[in-house]
Design a protein. Structure first.
Length: 279
């Protein structure tokens, strides 16, 4: 039976490209939103979900940690996908004939130099691949889109100018989510652990909780807060740190953190991506 992987967006989205690059043997399942992509795995309609969590240029994807934390899925792996934006037009159209460009607001914002140079009118769409699909089905000859090379291929469009992103290091980090799959620990690999914590309502609770990482020599690499249930007095924290629970130091740190929290949910233990050693 062919394995499946879900993602948010139209065919040709950067999430689709990430799926293709990492899990080429999986059938892709495009979904309307992140909630549906995660639900596909929860309900057994897909084996994995490819979920973007942050971009080097745009920062964190809004509400994604809350969605991941509430999904009952576990992090299976991480992936870093280079974002190469392409200026796409209908077949046979010269770049000089273009007057407007469609894309997601982030796509437009990450390609301002080319847009200004060509004096194109920017039109905001729901996503990058959707703008390519629209151009293919409804676009006029003077219109263009900013999307991936994969989107151009899928919707039979031409790339009139390649790699137009302002930041040539533009990269998106994805988390691969699973319901039951977990990778066996390899002593030759470095690992990360992700968790969500909610501290107790006592003075210095967060400071004391995080002190467990310091006293046990565990390197914490990410700490982000988000509001819970629309209550500004109630926050949870997304935490990432090096190592896995089989490490005595990590186990000791987590035990100290639990002492000062009402909740600690481990989201996953997974190998560090090679990109981290190159960046």
């Amino acid at each position: 039976m062919t394995k499946k992987i879900s993602f948010q967006g139209e065919l040709g989205a950067y999430s689709h490209l990430a799926c293709k690059n990492v899990f080429a043997d999986h059938e892709v399942v495009p979904c309307r939103n992140f909630t549906d992509a995660l639900a596909c795995v929860n309900e057994g309609e897909a084996d994995l979900a490819m979920i973007p969590v942050e971009n080097s240029a745009a920062g964190r994807v809004a509400d994604i940690h809350k969605l991941v934390g509430n999904s009952d899925l576990k992090i299976y792996a991480e992936h870093f996908q280079k974002v190469n934006h392409q200026l796409i037009a209908k077949p046979g159209i010269d770049i000089a004939a273009l007057k407007s460009v469609r894309s997601h607001v982030m796509g437009l914002g990450q390609c301002t130099k080319v847009i200004e140079t060509l004096n194109l009118q920017s039109i905001v769409m729901a996503d990058t691949a959707g703008s390519a699909k629209y151009l293919s089905e409804h676009g006029e000859d003077h219109e263009s889109a900013i999307a991936s090379e994969l989107a151009a291929e899928i919707y039979n469009l031409n790339i009139v100018q390649a790699n137009i992103e302002d930041d040539k290091k533009n990269t998106t980090r994805f988390l691969v989510m699973s319901k039951n799959l977990q990778q066996a620990k390899d002593a030759n690999l470095d690992y990360l652990t992700s968790c969500i914590i909610e501290t107790k309502s006592i003075p210095s609770a967060l400071y004391k909780a995080l002190g467990g990482f310091a006293t046990n020599g565990v390197n914490m690499i990410k700490l982000e807060s988000f509001i819970v249930e629309s209550d500004f007095n109630k926050a949870q924290f997304y935490v990432e740190f090096e190592g896995h629970l089989g490490d005595p130091a990590v186990a000791g740190a987590v035990e100290e953190v639990r002492h000062y929290t009402n909740m600690l949910t481990i989201l996953g233990e997974y190998p560090k991506h090679d990109y981290r050693s190159k960046s």
